[in-house]
Design a protein around this ligand. Structure first.
Ligand SMILES: Nc1ncnc2c1ncn2[C@@H]1O[C@H](COP(=O)(O)OP(=O)(O)OP(=O)(O)O)[C@@H](O)[C@H]1O
Length: 491
């Protein structure tokens, strides 16, 4: 696998315009000298005035899309291996009469030797759960269409990359596989996997259809695989005719759940799909599968086989939950200090509702002598990944954050999760799912965890009561002025 140097000569300015706007938000923390790093005690200013609890902030759909794309990218950047699951695979076949074929080894797939070498070079010993079923379907002759849903990190990208590399004819010097990703950064991440997997297959080449990668009018691409964002890909197929869509054998639409957040991306993807030949293999992947994703998937993939990885039920059984009653954020901070004074906490994650509170709290904790890391949404995704890596390595003991990192981060040492603010949705209702994900950071791998909720108003008390009712699990009151009582909770 090789990428031509011109193919990567992306004009950074324009490329950035194709990227998620989260990355473009001015990093106000950086101005304070604290972004992407541990909090510096001396640079934080103290806020003496009492303040009102944070009210829920409204977010726009565009924010949500940016957030999803950023979260997806962050997951990719911080993930070092396969997410371990005990999930069941659910399969709905186009032809229920044909026997379901699944593999337990990569050898059974009869891959080209260069690709098998690539798989081993990546350190893959055996197919993941989703790959066991998806790979035989994707590599079958005649090609089969597939819609696959499984959570992030279960091996979807590696699966479709292997399918694309298996289907191309390296002797034919024109595009044969198209892969569409929702953002510039996500396209680059998938491109990296193609490059790694195809390392021993240099005849196959890859080009990025992303804004800023300007080609000369009238030229025809020679690379067999094109990966890019929907707008540029559509232009390259229809407006500039760099690609002959009629020659495409495999069309992959990745991260459908992120894609559908932008109507324009949906329309462009559908327009690309319509230019492709009837026998082109259509593959669509998504981490989640709500109704809107499903409707979109059906428009892109006719007559599909469907694979779903059933979600593992998360449970609160191994987590002890408490709440602390306070009257202001300053009191909440004092309660937190008392907890730290009474019990030994290996590593803790503290969740706040807004960036402002998170920044303030990180400063206060730091002033108290804690090694604090701060992670919030306005940081660039790469900065966030660096903060998480440092925290995982134990360089900081407390991670103060907003919702941006509630999901997908496995830090084994996290023994306590503090909800400095309870999670609420846009309307101010309890966000039970986020609560579950937040406190699910602790009590992992069969260990016992501790979750402490800070309540500072009637509104927050009401949210807590409703969360308690939802999970049908009692959240005990904790008096943080009583050191003996705090000590007991850690035993
Ligand atoms: N069969 C395998 N054996 C070992 N590791 C694997 C295997 N397949 C994939 N991986 C690794 O597991 C991680 C997750 O894989 P991959 O990125 O393909 O998952 P994904 O479901 O596409 O996730 P996302 O939706 O976030 O892109 C990667 O680091 C990848 O290299």
């Amino acid at each position: 696998m090789a990428t031509d140097s011109w193919a990567l000569a992306v004009d950074e300015q324009e490329a950035a315009a194709d990227s998620i706007s989260t990355l473009q938000i001015k990093d106000t923390l950086e101005e304070n000298g604290t972004a992407g790093s541990a909090v510096n005690k001396t640079e934080q200013s103290s806020t003496a005035a009492k303040s009102e609890p944070d009210a829920p902030t409204k977010t726009t759909d565009e924010d949500e899309k940016d957030d999803k794309a950023a979260q997806s990218l962050l997951n990719k950047l911080i993930r070092s291996n396969l997410v371990n699951t005990t999930h069941q695979v659910e399969v709905l076949q186009r032809d229920p009469n044909s026997p379901l074929y699944s593999v337990k080894s990569f050898e059974e797939l009869r891959l080209k030797p260069q690709l098998l070498q690539g798989v081993y070079a990546l350190g893959f010993n055996r197919p993941s759960k989703i790959q066991e079923t998806a790979l035989p379907m994707m590599l079958a002759e005649p090609p089969q269409n597939l819609i696959a849903q499984s959570q992030s990190g279960t091996g979807k990208t590696a699966a479709f990359v292997l399918a694309m590399l298996s289907h191309v004819d390296p002797n034919k010097k024109y595009p044969q596989c198209l892969c569409v990703s929702p953002t510039y950064e996500l396209a680059l991440q998938t491109g990296k996997v193609i490059e790694q997997m195809g390392k021993h297959y240099p005849e196959v080449q890859l080009v990025y259809a992303i804004r800023g990668n300007k080609l000369q009018r009238g030229m025809k691409l020679q690379e067999q695989i094109v990966i890019g964002t929907p707008g540029t890909m559509l232009d390259w197929c229809i407006k500039f005719k760099f690609i002959d869509p009629k020659m495409i054998k495999v069309f992959v639409l990745d991260e459908a759940d992120v894609m559908i957040a932008t109507q324009g991306h949906q329309d462009q993807s559908i327009r690309i799909q319509r230019t492709l030949p009837k026998d082109c293999q259509m593959l669509l992947f998504s981490a989640t599968f709500e109704e809107s994703v499903w409707n979109f998937a059906k428009r892109i993939v006719p007559d599909p086989n469907i694979i779903k990885l059933k979600r593992e039920e998360e449970t609160l059984d191994t987590i002890k939950q408490y709440y602390v009653q306070c009257n202001s954020k300053e009191e909440k901070f004092q309660a937190l200090c008392n907890i730290y004074g009474a019990i030994t906490i290996a590593q803790a994650m503290v969740f706040c509702h807004t960036r402002k509170t998170a920044g303030w709290l990180a400063g206060e904790l730091s002033r108290e002598g804690h090694q604090v890391a701060l992670l919030s949404g306005e940081m660039q995704v790469e900065q966030r990944a660096a903060v998480i890596d440092r925290f995982r390595d134990g360089k900081e003991k407390v991670l103060v954050t907003t919702n941006v990192c509630a999901r997908g981060i496995d830090v084994e040492q996290v023994s306590v999760v503090i909800n400095f603010d309870l999670p609420v949705d846009r309307e101010g209702n309890p966000d039970n799912e986020t609560y579950l994900h937040r406190i699910g950071r602790t009590g992992r791998f069969g260990k016992r965890g501790l979750a402490i909720n800070m309540v500072d108003s009637k509104f927050a008390m009401n949210v807590l009561t409703r969360i308690q009712e939802h999970f049908n699990k009692k959240i005990e009151k904790l008096d943080t002025d009583d050191l003996d009582e705090i000590e007991k909770i850690s035993s």
